[in-house]
Design a protein around this ligand. Sequence first.
Ligand code: ADP
Ligand code: ADP
Length: 228
Amino acid sequence: MIRLDGVGKRYADGTVAVQSLDLDVRAGELVALVGPSGCGKTTTLKMINRLIEPTSGRILLDGDDVTHADPVQLRRRIGYVIQQVGLFPHKTILDNTATVPRLLGVDRKQARSRAAELLELVGLDPKLYGNRYPAQLSGGQRQRVGVARALAADPPVLLMDEPFGAVDPVVRDRLQGEFLRLQEEVRKTIVLVTHDLDEAVRMADRICVLSQGGHVEQYDSPSNVLGS
Ligand code: ADP
Ligand code: ADP
């Protein structure tokens, strides 16, 4: 589903964040990218959804070369969830969730009804929360909105960058469990960036361990990564 062939990123200041990364993620699989701070995890995710353009190599999405694709076009195919979900403060939760379908041309009524279904799916009653504003939600609830919003265009692929990093351990534990149940329903192809090995072991089908420069140290099942 996602294939990286010798992908590299050198930033304008000369920093080589990722040297030459090969990675293969199968359809419906959840792969966790783990490794020390600065090893290129976020850069790798952002190259997949083209927020950053690779300086070398090739990225294939379901067989299509998307290395230099238009990031707006990729929104239909790739959802993105980050730690500090950038919700629009002056839009309601419902309108925040409906944003991407609206940008993609879905009419307002349809986008809002889909958004309500998704809020339900992530455990937020749309009648209770749909008309609230982001500041009126807890951190955990905002993360759920972030997941609902990423699912709104029904993309086959989800990229998640420390999605549960900003909430306290009890909420994190609950969100991880809920997300795993959600994934059983929606079956997306997921790349999850985390510095938390426990989270990777709990959530992932395979774990990719990176070292500085985006070098793959190991790419294996959680039990084999733990056992080594
Ligand atoms: P991680 O997500 O694993 O912590 P990043 O992908 O954020 O790592 O960063 C990888 C490397 O690239 C780091 O050395 C970081 O300082 C550098 N880097 C990240 N963004 C930029 C940028 N915009 N310009 C220059 N260097 C950057
Ligand atoms: P969680 O365990 O999901 O992080 P919290 O303990 O932070 O939840 O919040 C509990 C409740 O308080 C939630 O129902 C949330 O909607 C409500 N709440 C949190 N912050 C605000 C706020 N600024 N205004 C209104 N309600 C809030």
